[in-house]
Design a binder for this molecule. Sequence first.
Ligand code: F6R
Length: 608
Amino acid sequence: MCGIVGYIGKKEVVPILLEGLSKLEYRGYDSAGVAVCQDGKVTVRKNKGRLSVLEENLSVKKISGTLGIGHTRWATHGEPNDVNAHPHENTAGNIAVIHNGIIENYMKLKEWLIEEGKVFKSETDTEVIAHLIDYYFEGDLVLAVQKSVAKLEGAYAIAVISKSNPNQLVAVRKDSPLIVGVGKGENFVASDIPALLKHTRDVYFLDDGDIAILTQDDIKILNEFGGEVKKEVFNVTWDVKAAEKGGYQHFMLKEIYEQPNAIKETLSPRIDNEGNIDLNEINLTKDDLKEINKIVIVACGTAYHAGLVGKYAIEKFAKIPVETDVASEFRYRDPFIDKNTLFIAVSQSGETADTLAALREAKRRDAKIIAVTNVVGSRISREAEDVFYTWAGPEIAVASTKAYITQLVSMYLIALDLGLKRGTLSKGKYKSVIKELREFPDKAEKILNNVSPIQELADKQFNNQSVFYMGRGIDDYVGREGSLKLKEISYIHSEAIAAGELKHGTIALIEEGILIIAVATQEHLYEKMLSNIKEVKARGAYVIAIAKENQIEIEKTADKVLYIPETINELTPILSVIPLQLLAYYIAVARGCDIDKPKNLAKSVTVE
Ligand code: F6R
């Protein structure tokens, strides 16, 4: 949610801010703005709409300077318009602030600041920060920021510039991501690494409460108590191209095509030459394993769907009861968790507010915590005891694809490892599943080499008002992910149901021509799925089935079949999701949707 970039150095700041913001647009894109400090004043330009609107504005009304901040917004308080766009200023317009997060007590602060004579222009929570800093400002910007954040409740990553401090950029974080980029004769702040990659690969990860004070040649970081902290520089090894489209029409398509490699990247470091899993990042001793009597997997959205497959895999291979819950529900249901619970948080970004809060709740209750995440140095990775990185590489498209597939692979690796260590999985089965997993990069590639049947279907089916996904067992979980992909990028209403539930209500909605996607990969559930397909067909539905290559007789029942390569039942989700991702993608293309920036969504959901 919301992207932040800040720069102090010798170069013209506006192009640096705009370029950085273009890499962060996935975080929010309903408005954008910059503030630049130069010639004894702070100048703000901001516009409703995509970054291109701001670029246009700045190309006409140019501003110049070497210190500035930029923001791309995902609205929380106040509709997306020019006034509510960031940066926000104090009444005199000499302090400018950008913010990602939510200030929960802003109404109280606003009332008090109005009584103090401050004049508010916007409906945002952020504007109180600018007025607060102004209220406390007596010549020392850092002190004013420190006093202001002491008054704030909620989550924030903030960057501030002031006319009175033309050689200083101040940034602070609590519960919202913020990193500091280390340059030579220039320094940066940003919400995320891609914004900085063009300029530096050396970054500091700020901790909650840290204040970073940047000048051209120096970076000082203070903790929440005002003490100076020395941090290790983290060197980012990503290929710059990983965060660029590289000839694909959309990041989403590029990321779908990166999946074979992403699977490899997740598997290779964890499988040794003898074909055994070595999860040295998870420190579960034999004694720990004996004590664990329950596993709780918590996540949001797509990551939650990976968690559902994780439940299946762990229960199947390791025979431990697993609960999978959505993070926003988990923490408010007084969950039954104690020191014998293993808690697994799954999060691509590692910054999702609900997942983080759930993790903290589990920690408070003494559970052992593992994070499965894609982003090194993310909040969730730093608060968990053990971290299992999914190594999908940067995922830019809002709709998650390669991160999801690597979350699935991670879940299987954890399940297999637990199964062997607990003695609930025979060495033979363990070896054969690992052998099969290693074939998956090629099998995924095979699906990606034959997308035209999917494209053709999308071109015929893109006008549906409503689409239903159905499946049984793990196929149901994959259907849920397919359904989420479709709704978020194509805006078609869609629902996923356990096929057996059909008759208990949803069948009332099945009528002539309605599209049903039936995921039917599980041999032991195959006949039952055929019956479900017949039931909806009898009511006029058009059925696209997803099946394994050897299940060709399904062609007699379904209208169209998309095949995945033959594999063992337990592992099908890693393959069967790919045609569903592609179908959603091509339907959205046919509908002319803005696929990488779906409306109302943002990549990393750092507010509750
Ligand atoms: C959907 C999607 C979201 C995320 C969810 C959790 O395509 O990407 O549903 O999966 O917001 O995000 P992370 O994994 O970053 O915690």
